[in-house]
Design a protein around this ligand. Structure first.
Ligand code: MG
Length: 388
C-alpha cells in the first residue's frame, strides 16, 4: 500500500475560527500566543471539575477496578477521535478538543444511574440534565478567575457542550438556546464531538465489558460491527491470546466507524459546500454523519449494550446502590441544609426562589462529587460508627 501523507491542518471556510467566533460572555483581551479555542481548552484542563473526572465513571463504579475507563480517560479518547477527524475535514481541531474535554464535566458520580437518580430527586425543581450541568460548571460553578465566575469560554465551546436541551430550558438560555427553538444546527466541531462521544463509549463499553467478564465474545457474535472485525482478526491470527484479540477487534471497530464518518461527512460537506459557518448552522440537517448502514449497525450495538451490559444484574446492583446513596444524600440536605459544607450553605442566602434555589445548590453539590467522595459522604452522614 502506498503510504498516504499525514494530513496537514488546513482550516476550511466552514470551520469555526478566531475570526468568526461569537466570542465570550465577558470580553477579554485575546491571548498573545494561543488561539481563543486553545485558551478554552487550557482553562478546561486546569479546572477542578476536569480533575474530578478521574474518579467518575460511566458504567462501573470507580473503585471496582483499575481496568475500567473513567470519565477522564473517556473524555481524552473522545478528544483523540475528534481531533483526528477534525484535521481531515479541515475543521477546528482546538475547538473540537475543547468541546470533547468539557462535554462530561457536569456528570454526576456513578454514571447513568447517578444521573437518573438526581434527575428523579429534582423532578419538582426543574430536573437535572448533565448537558445543562456541564454548561453550569463552565459558566458559573468553577471559581478560579478574579474577573468572572466560571471559565468564560467562547460561544462555540459552550454551543458544543449543550448537545440537547428542552425547548423550555432553551428559552431561558438566550443566544445559546436559540438554535433549539429555531431548528438550527451547531457548528461542525460540535456535531463531530457528539458522534465521537458515541464511538468512544460504545467501543470502550465492549472492551471493558469483555475484560470484566460481564460480556462474552459469543454474545457479541450477534453484533455485526463486532463479528465483522472478529472474523478478520481470527482469520489472520488464530492463536492470538484473548486479551489481544479483544483489543485488536475494538481498535478495528473504532477505525471502521471513524472511516465511515470521515467519508460520509466529506461527501455531505462537498455536496452542500457551505461558504461559512453560518451556512453550516442553517443547513437544516447535520453534515457530520455516519452512513445509513453504519447508523443501523451502531443502533444494534447500542441496543445490545443496553440489554446485556447496562442491565446486567451485577451492574444493576451497583446502580441500585448508587441511586440509594444519591437519593439519601439529596433528601438529607433538603431536609436540613445546615448539613451542607459552608461554601454551599452560604449560597442559600443568595437564592431568589427558596425551594428551587435550595434544591439546585444541593444538586450542584451532589453532581460535583466523585464516586468515592459520594460513598464517603454517605458514610459520614449515615454511619453511626463514623465520627467525623
Ligand atoms: Mg461522553
Amino acid at each position: 500500500m502506498t503510504p498516504r501523507a499525514a494530513p496537514v491542518p488546513v482550516l476550511q471556510a466552514y470551520a469555526a475560527s478566531n475570526l468568526n467566533s461569537y466570542g465570550r460572555l465577558i470580553n477579554e483581551v485575546s491571548p498573545d500566543y494561543r488561539s481563543e479555542y486553545q485558551r478554552d481548552r487550557d482553562r478546561i484542563v486546569h479546572s477542578a471539575a476536569f480533575r474530578r473526572l478521574e474518579y467518575k465513571t460511566q458504567v462501573f463504579v470507580n473503585h471496582e477496578g483499575d481496568m475500567f475507563r473513567t470519565r477522564l480517560t473517556h473524555s481524552i479518547e473522545v478528544a483523540q477521535i475528534g481531533r483526528s477527524i477534525a484535521r481531515i475535514l479541515g475543521i477546528n481541531e482546538d475547538l473540537t478538543e475543547s468541546i470533547a474535554l468539557a462535554h462530561d464535566l457536569g456528570h454526576t458520580p456513578f454514571g447513568h444511574a447517578g444521573q437518573d437518580a438526581l434527575n428523579q430527586c429534582m423532578q419538582d425543581y426543574g430536573g437535572f440534565e448533565h448537558n445543562l450541568q456541564s454548561l453550569r460548571v463552565v459558566d458559573e460553578l468553577e471559581e478560579r478567575y478574579a474577573e468572572f465566575s466560571g471559565l468564560n469560554l467562547t460561544f462555540e465551546t459552550r454551543e458544543g457542550i449543550l448537545k440537547h436541551c428542552s425547548l423550555k430550558r432553551a428559552a431561558e438560555l438566550g443566544d445559546l438556546g436559540r438554535r433549539f427553538i429555531e431548528g438550527r444546527q451547531p457548528g461542525l466541531e460540535a456535531q463531530l464531538v457528539n458522534l465521537a462521544d458515541g464511538i468512544a463509549y460504545n467501543n470502550h463499553d465492549v472492551d471493558d465489558g469483555l475484560r470484566s467478564g460481564l460480556l462474552t465474545i459469543e454474545q457479541l457474535s450477534e453484533i455485526h460491527l463486532f463479528q465483522e472485525q472478529y472474523e478478520l482478526v481470527y482469520a489472520s491470527y488464530p492463536t492470538l491470546p484473548q486479551r489481544r484479540v479483544i483489543h485488536e477487534v475494538v481498535r478495528r471497530m473504532i477505525n471502521r466507524q471513524v472511516t465511515d464518518l470521515i467519508e460520509t461527512s466529506s461527501e455531505r460537506i462537498e455536496a452542500l459546500s457551505p461558504q461559512d459557518i453560518d451556512a453550516v448552522r442553517t443547513a437544516g440537517q447535520p453534515l457530520i454523519v455516519f452512513s445509513d448502514e453504519m447508523t443501523i449497525h451502531n443502533q444494534q450495538l447500542k441496543r445490545f449494550l443496553r440489554q446485556h451490559l447496562y442491565q446486567h444484574y451485577k451492574v444493576r446492583r451497583m446502580s441500585t446502590k448508587a441511586e440509594r446513596i444519591l437519593t439519601s444524600l439529596f433528601n438529607a440536605f433538603i431536609d436540613d441544609p445546615r448539613l451542607l459544607p459552608p461554601d454551599y450553605y452560604h449560597r442559600l442566602g443568595r437564592v431568589e426562589q427558596p425551594d428551587t434555589g435550595k434544591a439546585r445548590i444541593v444538586a450542584d453539590y451532589i453532581a460535583g462529587m466523585t464516586d468515592r467522595f459520594a460513598i464517603g459522604e454517605y458514610e459520614r452522614m449515615f454511619d453511626p460508627g463514623h465520627l467525623t
